[in-house]
Design a protein around this ligand. Structure first.
Ligand code: PLP
Length: 394
C-alpha cells in the first residue's frame, strides 16, 4: 500500500452518474461466488434461467443473446448481424450516444442518413414517417434510435415511431438502444415490434459493466441469414442454441451472470417491473421539481420526452458545470454525470436509476443544492424542499 495514498472519505460514496449505477450488496455477494464450469450442468441451468428472465425484462417472447461485452459491443452485434456493406440506415442525432452509434455504422461500411438534432428533443415520429415514405425504393434497411439518451436525459417515443414506420408501409428493421432505459423505463420489445433491442448490464439492471444484450425478432434473425457485414465474435448464429442448451460458443461472463440472476429476482419477482417503472418516474419527477425550485432548467425541452432515469440540468451561462461537479465531489463525495460532446461544461447529469430510494435521492439533491451554493452558481435556495414535499405526499 502506498503510504501517501489519499484517504477515502468516511461513509458511502454517492455514485449518482447515469450509469454505471450502484450495485446492491446482495448482487455483489452473488458475483463473489466461486466460478463454476461453464460447460457443466449447473451453468447450463443458470444460463437458461437468466435468458428466460431477460425476455421478461425486454417484454419479449423472442430471442435474447448475452455477450461478455459493454453496450458498444451490443450495438456492433445489432448492426453487423443484420446489414450488408453499403446498406442505408436512418439515424437521429439526439445526443452523444446516437452520435457514437452512427459513427460506428459509418466505420462498418454502412451509409448513414443522419437527421440532425438539437440534443434537447427525441426522435420525431413525423420525420421518421416522412423519410421512410420518401424512400420508395426501400433503400433504407434499418431505423436506429436511442430510447433514452444518457447524454441529455431525453427519451424517444418508441411506440409512436413504430406507428410511423407502419404508416409509411416501410420494411426497414427497427433497432433500439435501451442501455439507459431497460429496467427503469417501460420498454416493450414485442408490442412495439422492435427488431433488435440493445442493452448493457450497468444501469437499470444494477450490475457492474460487462454484459451486453440483444433482443432479436424473427424478422431480424431472417435478415441475419442474408446479411454480409463481416462478423465473428458477435455472430448470432453461433449463439442460437444457447437458450436451449445453456452453453455459450465461448467463455461467458460467469460471475456477472450470477449477479444477473440475483438482479432478475429483485426486479421481476420481488419489486415487479410496474413498481420499478413507477419508482423511477416518481424520483424523476421529484428531481425535476427540485431543479425548478432552484430556478434552473432541464435540458429536455419537451415534457413528453422527460427521462425517468436521469436529469440533465443546464447551468447558467458563464458557469462551468464540470467545476460544479468537481466541487461536489471534493466536498460531498458524490459523483454526478459530466456533460458529453456538445453540452460539455453546460450541463451536469443526475442519475436516479437502478438501485435507488427516496432517501438516496434526498442525499443526492441535498449534495447538489449545497454544491450550487458552494460553487457560487446563481440559484434559488430550497429546491430540495419541493422534492421533499412531493416525495412525502406521493
Ligand atoms: C444510451 C447508451 N448507449 C450506448 C452506450 C455505450 O455503452 P458502453 O459504454 O457500455 O459500451 C451507453 C453508455 O453509457 C449509453 O448510455
Amino acid at each position: 500500500m502506498k503510504g501517501n495514498a489519499p484517504a477515502r472519505p468516511s461513509g458511502r460514496h454517492f455514485l449518482q452518474i447515469p450509469g454505471p449505477t450502484n450495485v446492491p450488496d446482495r448482487i455483489l455477494r452473488a458475483i463473489a461466488a466461486p466460478v463454476i464450469d461453464h460447460r457443466g450442468p449447473e451453468f447450463a441451468e443458470l444460463a437458461k434461467e437468466v435468458i428466460a428472465g431477460m425476455k421478461r425484462v425486454f417484454q419479449t417472447g423472442e430471442t435474447v443473446f448475452i455477450y461478455p461485452s459493454s453496450g458498444t459491443g451490443a450495438w456492433e452485434a445489432a448492426l453487423s448481424n443484420t446489414l450488408s456493406p453499403g446498406d442505408a440506415v436512418l439515424m437521429f442525432e439526439t445526443g452523444q450516444f446516437a452520435t457514437l452509434w452512427q459513427a460506428m455504422a459509418g466505420r462498418l461500411g454502412l451509409e448513414v442518413g443522419l437527421v440532425p438534432g438539437d440534443w434537447r428533443h427525441g426522435v420525431d415520429p413525423a420525420v421518421v414517417e416522412e423519410r421512410l415514405a420518401a424512400d420508395r425504393a426501400h433503400r433504407i434497411k434499418a431505423v436506429c434510435i436511442v430510447h433514452n439518451e444518457t447524454s441529455t436525459g431525453v427519451t424517444s417515443r418508441v411506440g409512436e415511431i413504430r406507428a410511423a414506420i407502419d404508416q409509411a408501409r416501410h420494411p426497414a428493421l427497427l433497432m433500439v438502444d435501451t442501455v439507459s432505459s431497460l429496467a427503469s423505463i417501460d420498454y416493450r420489445h414485442d408490442e412495439w415490434k422492435v427488431d433488435v433491442t440493445v442493452c448493457g448490464s450497468q444501469k437499470g439492471l444494477m450490475l457492474p459493466p460487462g454484459l451486453g444484450f440483444n433482443a432479436v425478432s424473427k424478422k431480424a434473425l431472417a435478415a441475419a441469414g442474408a446479411a454480409k457485414l463481416a462478423r465473428s465474435y458477435w455472430d448470432w448464429q453461433a449463439m442460437r442454441e444457447t437458450e436451449h442448451t445453456g452453453f455459450f460458443p465461448y467463455t461467458p461472463g460467469t460471475s456477472l451472470l450470477f449477479g444477473l440472476r440475483e438482479a432478475l429476482q429483485m426486479l421481476l419477482d420481488e419489486e415487479g417491473l410496474p413498481a420499478v417503472f413507477a419508482r423511477h418516474a416518481r424520483h424523476a419527477e421529484a428531481t425535476r421539481r427540485a431543479v425548478a425550485g432552484w430556478g434552473l432548467e432541464v435540458l429536455c425541452a419537451d415534457p413528453r420526452e422527460y427521462s425517468n432515469s436521469l436529469t440533465a440540468v443546464l447551468v447558467p451561462e458563464g458557469y462551468d458545470a464540470d467545476r460544479l461537479r468537481e466541487i461536489i465531489l471534493d466536498s460531498f463525495d458524490m459523483s454526478l454525470g459530466t456533460g458529453l460532446g456538445r453540452v460539455k461544461g453546460k450541463v451536469f447529469r443526475i442519475g436516479h436509476l437502478g438501485w435507488f430510494n427516496d432517501l438516496m435521492l434526498c442525499g443526492t439533491l441535498g449534495g447538489v443544492e449545497m454544491g450550487l451554493h458552494r460553487a457560487g452558481v446563481p440559484h434559488r435556495a430550497g429546491g430540495i424542499s419541493a422534492a421533499l414535499e412531493y416525495l412525502a405526499a406521493a
